[in-house]
Design a protein around this ligand. Structure first.
Ligand SMILES: NC(=O)c1ccc[n+]([C@@H]2O[C@H](COP(=O)([O-])OP(=O)(O)OC[C@H]3O[C@@H](n4cnc5c(N)ncnc54)[C@H](OP(=O)(O)O)[C@@H]3O)[C@@H](O)[C@H]2O)c1
Length: 262
């Protein structure tokens, strides 16, 4: 099954769309006929990737080089796309590629993560989801993580931001489900991306069993209408993998995972 996306609108945005999961989303969206706006910070990587999408899929591609952790990022993105009908917004950027204990990172690093992973996600949903609701069509994907299910050592701030994204997606799904706008909170486990490789380079460990970003993106696009939550793995519409485990035990399990591979 390959879902056609143009029913949502002619353009999609991938925030964090030049490598890893975001690049896979961009390819998959373009392959399904959508023009794409790609957002990232590193201009050469962004422009090279945009060229690849144009050449391979023959769609229109616009690049917007902004840092999603800055206060006016989403208003800049809104201005840069004001002439386009955005039918699908994928908020993908969100990885934390330096795993360390809470107090071993400076406060500014934590606040930057929170800005990109919470503040800007909410702003994206508001600024781009609002017009979708008004038009009665569209879709929003917020990419989150298994780190959202429970707290864990070295994951305190990251996991907290991902829990924010998960709950935000679920709440918006509930509010918008009768408006023609699909919302999906996409919960990922370990996925083979440059960001994940940087984590492993920083602390050692092996990749182990990982998802392919191409499969992740294709599956998410096939299930945009199956929100509120899509969990990569064997039980995609299920609940927390920790089930009835006590919160304490879940946190200890999560902490063990974080200190082995991440
Ligand atoms: N990979 C995994 O194992 C894994 C596991 C669970 C959940 N996830 C989730 O999956 C999503 C994607 O992860 P990923 O591993 O592909 O890496 P990622 O670092 O979240 O995403 C990389 C993309 O985002 C862009 N980006 C990062 N920070 C940005 C910023 N401040 N402003 C603008 N663009 C930014 C990067 O380009 P620039 O660097 O050029 O800006 C690149 O295009 C994240 O939300 C992550 O939490 C990943």
């Amino acid at each position: 099954m390959t879902t056609v996306l143009t029913g949502y609108g002619p353009w999609g945005i991938v925030a964090g769309g030049s490598d890893g999961v975001g690049a896979a989303f961009a390819h998959a969206m373009a392959a399904r006929g959508m023009n794409v706006v790609l957002v990232a910070r590193r201009v050469p990587v962004l422009e090279a990737f945009a060229g690849e999408i144009r050449a391979r899929h023959g769609v229109e591609v616009r690049t917007v080089a902004i840092d999603l952790a800055t206060p006016d990022a989403l208003s800049q993105l809104e201005q840069a796309t004001a002439d386009l009908e955005i039918g699908l917004f994928v908020y993908n950027a969100g990885g934390d590629d330096r795993s360390a204990a809470f107090l071993d990172k400076d406060l500014a690093t934590h606040l930057t993560l929170v800005h990109r992973n919470c503040h800007s996600v909410l702003e994206a949903a508001y600024r781009f989801g609002g017009p979708m609701v008004t038009r009665g069509r569209g879709a929003v994907v917020l990419v989150t993580s298994g780190a959202a299910w429970a707290g864990g050592a070295t994951l305190a701030a990251y996991g907290a931001t991902k829990a924010f994204d998960l709950i935000l997606a679920e709440g918006l799904w509930a509010e918008w489900r009768d408006s023609g706008v699909d919302v999906l909170g996409l919960v990922l486990g370990k996925t083979d991306t440059p960001s994940m490789h940087r984590v492993l380079d920083g602390k050692g460990g092996s990749l182990g069993e990982v998802a392919d970003p191409v499969d992740v993106a294709e599956q998410a696009l096939d299930h945009l209408g199956d929100g509120p939550t899509w969990i990569w793995g064997s039980n995609p519409t299920g609940g927390s993998p920790f089930g009835a485990m006590s919160r304490r035990d879940a946190v200890l399990v999560m902490s063990r995972g974080a200190t082995t591979t991440g």
